[in-house]
Design a protein around this ligand. Structure first.
Ligand code: PMP
Length: 407
């Protein structure tokens, strides 16, 4: 009596049901996941029944919208096992969360000095590289990069060698969006903290697939996007320890981030509002709350097992096709993998799969430095979510076999 037999979870996702009717297979959840009916309804119902701006007006409708918006913040805090609700800052996504951090953290307190260092890793997505490069150029910071070993795991010895008295921050992904590597965040935090450095974590590829407890991880900042975890696009979270967030200067001005404004002097609101300028993505935040409720309704252990089984099955069957080379074999791998086919461009493979109704991603996956490190132009990436099933794996393998025969 298997998980899939008991609950055809795909029936909760209108677009996945539609895909199944069309004999299409969606294997690009790492780019964005599909949305369950309840999230689609939460967004629609907000506009149908509850739409008003938040935090400003005193009339009933606005109070209700504000209540829902702030309720979502509390759900996000609980979702991350964060100590305080005010530690959740809503952003437009992981990218904006890192831009917020890079535009404020180096200026907090006495500020970082020229020669201060930020450690990133070879695995990082551009969203956790470029914001640091921009501020590094302004302040004369040095960016150091943790090596990745041939399996796709971070080289922790190299990490320890990089840590030094100038290391202000270590900013690394929880799960690699290209190789699926699950990084040892607890160990990284322990080593970084022993060195007096802070740790920021890119959780974009983690939150949909494993329970995240920022208290247990002991990180200082954690970022994620709603749309990769069954929620809407245009909404995400920066979580940070209260004492650290409280030291961040304002970064965007306007809206609820002020306490009092005059032309002589402006004072700023308290957390979390000080770091959220302008009218936020209210419907997105409410949709995110619904996505969290959806995840909380599932047995997370069972989902992780299900995704793991599909990923391992697809990976080993793909590896058995002549010419296919799986990229990376990390110790712990989340629900995605990358591969290349000898003498074929990844986009040609993706096109041949698309022609057979199988939707996968090809390219550099916003990880150009990793591609350079691997000596590859790109890969084909296959990623799974809770709504995928054995039939999807089988159709992918049949399509890939045919594509490889054709090329
Ligand atoms: N980090 C990782 C690991 C990602 O996979 C992504 C999305 N591809 C991002 C950051 C950026 O997320 P978003 O585009 O939602 O801001």
């Amino acid at each position: 009596f298997s998980f899939m037999a008991a609950t055809p979870i795909s029936s909760l996702f209108p677009l996945i049901e539609h895909c199944q009717q069309q004999r299409h297979v969606y294997l690009d959840s790492a780019a964005t996941s599909q949305k369950p009916q309840q999230v689609i309804e939460a967004v629609g119902n907000f506009y149908r029944r509850d739409n008003a701006n938040v935090h400003r007006a005193a009339y009933t409708l606005a109070v209700k919208a504000t209540g829902e918006y702030e309720h979502s913040r509390a759900l996000c805090a609980a979702f991350l096992s964060a100590p305080r609700t005010e530690e959740v800052i809503f952003t437009s996504g992981t990218t904006e969360a890192f831009n917020l951090l890079a535009n404020t953290l180096p200026y907090a307190g006495d500020g970082w000095q020229a020669g201060d260092e930020v450690i990133l890793s070879q695995l990082e997505h551009h969203a956790n590289i470029v914001p640091w490069q921009i501020v590094a150029d302004k302040l004369g910071l040095v960016i150091r990069v943790i090596d990745v070993d041939p399996h796709g795991d971070l080289d922790l010895d190299h990490f320890q060698q990089l840590l030094n008295a100038n290391t202000r921050l270590v900013s690394v992904s929880h799960v690699s969006n290209t190789l699926g590597t699950v990084n040892p965040i607890e160990t990284i935090c322990r080593l970084a903290h022993a060195n007096g450095s802070l740790v920021a974590v890119d959780g974009a590829q983690a939150v949909a697939h494993c329970a995240v407890d920022v208290t247990k991880l002991d990180c200082d900042f954690y970022c994620f996007s709603g749309h990769k975890m069954y929620g809407p696009t245009g909404v995400g979270v920066l979580w940070g320890r209260y004492q650290l967030l409280d030291q961040l200067p304002p970064w965007q001005g306007g809206g609820e981030m002020i306490e009092r404004v005059s032309f002589d002097h402006t004072s700023y609101n308290q957390l979390p509002f000080r770091l959220e300028a302008g009218t936020p993505n209210i419907s997105g935040v409410i949709g995110l709350a619904s996505a969290i409720a959806f995840i909380n309704q599932q047995d997370r252990g069972q989902i992780a097992e299900h995704e793991q089984r599909l990923m391992q099955s697809a990976k080993s069957q793909a590896a058995a096709i002549p010419g296919v080379r799986i990229i990376g074999q990390p110790q712990q791998q989340s629900s995605l993998f990358s591969f290349v086919v000898d003498d074929c461009h990844p986009s040609d493979i993706a096109t041949l799969l698309d022609e057979q109704g199988v939707f996968v991603r090809s390219g550099h996956h916003c990880c150009q430095p990793l591609m350079q490190h691997l000596g590859l132009e790109g890969t084909v990436r296959v990623s799974f979510a809770t709504y995928n099933n054995d039939d999807d794996v089988e159709r992918f393998i049949v399509a890939l076999t045919k594509a490889c025969d054709l090329l």
